[in-house]
Design a protein. Structure first.
Length: 453
């Protein structure tokens, strides 16, 4: 394999994390800016109900695309360990099985989404004036989902083979396309929410086609080889076990969105759903460098775990947590200092400007501690330990946040929803820390230590 892959086992850890995390962060940043700009355009050029419609539809789309993301992350963790163990044949087999699984499942779910549009939207909390624009948006955007699913699968694999800059481009190209088409379709062609959906669907197609080009080109050592499309059951089970962690997380997030939308509508109507839509966009944008560190962590940890390089695995964990915590603390300070200004980017609606800043600050209260939880769950995934990875991944949303969203609004109304976020962050971080500490104690005592460089 190439020099970039081999560097995962030899390069200085802090330099490696930066080399992997910076392109990932830039890609996530551009994608987040894209979603923010999308929300700004929709909010200012279409209206508040359109923001609510997008808030309902996007979790459905991301649940479908999480199939590709899960298969990508699960498979890339196996590929990283295989490359670390010098088993290139397995890496090729895994990649071929990833393609078959991604294409088959994404087409199945798109078919289901097309024919059961209204029940699905209602399940995800489409109520009142949100239903009509949500249907119009969903009917268009669903056709871009197979491309987005393939792109998300390929994105993780591209990072696993040491090409983070190309992985970054899979997020940048569609973001730029979407912004330009938003302006054309919404502002100049006056296509409304249909135009917003069309722009997004086309941008997803651009991303998928770019990933396809990469794997067909000389840039990639992993090639699309038809004979590897034949399902290998042991490999398939391993991909599903690890990829299922990501899919389950997105599924839990989607369930959370359903509960949030129902709860918010019950206690505050459509306006509260729009407030959450803005908070969600700020979270995507503000946390991009932390998420970049997590994305950079996975291939480094996976490769060195496969190479039995215990010292480098521990150093990768510690350095990633230190980087992420420092970044998250800076983000927390900025949110607390400028909440109104951040909300003002998205809307000029007086009611939203009045209510959203306080909700935003409450939701971000535990931001400085989140990196430990994210790295902890990512480590077990990189190491191929599906059960603890699944538990820790679902810990925040499934074990803590969903029950809190049910309970706290009974006492604090809508503010109870916002309070649920920092409480869930703190509790899940404490549990993850205990798991990670025990795992490191066990792992470092295994007789296969190679000193970190």
């Amino acid at each position: 394999m190439n020099k970039q892959v081999q560097e995962l086992g030899t390069e200085k850890i802090s330099k490696l994390i930066l080399k992997q995390a910076i392109p990932a962060s830039i890609g996530i940043l551009v994608m987040s800016i894209n979603m923010i700009v999308d929300t700004i355009f929709v909010g200012r050029w279409i209206g508040v109900m359109a923001i609510g419609a997008i808030t309902v539809v996007l979790p459905i789309v991301f649940l479908l695309s999480s199939i590709g993301m899960g298969i990508g992350i699960g498979g890339s963790c196996i590929i990283s360990r295989a490359l670390g163990a010098k088993d290139n044949s397995k890496a090729f087999q895994v990649f071929g099985n990833q393609i078959s699984l991604t294409v088959g499942l994404s087409l199945l779910f798109v078919f289901m989404g097309t024919f059961f549009c209204l029940p699905i939207l209602q399940l995800f909390g489409a109520n009142g004036g949100i239903v009509a624009p949500a249907q119009e948006y969903f009917h268009v955007i669903i056709w871009g989902v197979p491309f987005f699913t393939f792109a998300m699968m390929g994105n993780s694999v591209i990072r696993a083979v040491g090409k983070p800059n190309y992985a970054m481009l899979t997020l940048i190209f569609p973001a730029i396309t979407n912004i330009l088409l938003d302006i054309l379709f919404i502002k100049y062609m006056d296509l409304g929410i249909y135009g917003a959906g069309l722009a997004t669907a086309i941008s997803y197609s651009v991303s998928g086609l770019f990933v396809l080009w990469f794997f067909l080109s000389k840039k990639s050592e992993l090639k699309i080889i038809p004979k590897h499309f034949i399902i290998n059951l042991p490999i398939l089970k391993e991909i599903i076990a690890l990829g299922g962690v990501t899919i389950a997380r997105q599924g839990t997030i989607s369930l959370l969105i359903i509960i949030l939308n129902y709860t918010l509508f019950k206690y505050g109507g459509e306006v509260s759903i729009a407030i959450y839509g803005i908070i969600n966009r700020v979270m995507m944008f503000a946390l991009f460098p932390v998420l970049g560190v997590i994305q950079g962590f996975l291939p480094i940890a996976g490769y060195n775990y496969g190479a039995s390089n215990t010292g480098r695995v521990k150093q990768t964990i510690n350095t990633s947590i230190a980087f992420g915590t420092g970044i998250a603390t800076v983000i927390f300070i900025l949110i607390m200092m400028f909440p109104t200004e951040m909300v003002g980017i998205f809307t000029e609606d007086e009611k939203l400007l009045k209510l959203t800043p306080n909700a935003l600050m409450i939701a971000f209260l535990a931001t400085p501690v989140i990196t430990t939880q994210l790295i902890g769950s990512a480590y077990f995934q990189a190491a191929g330990k599906a059960v603890p990875a699944l538990f820790l991944t679902l810990l925040k949303q499934g074990v803590f946040l969903i029950p809190l969203v049910f309970i706290l609004p009974l006492y604090f109304c809508v503010n109870g929803v916002w309070m649920s976020f920092p409480i869930a962050d703190i509790l899940s971080t404490l549990v993850t820390y205990i798991f990670l500490k025990k795992e490191m104690k066990r792992y470092l005592n295994e007789p296969k230590l190679i000193e970190s460089k």
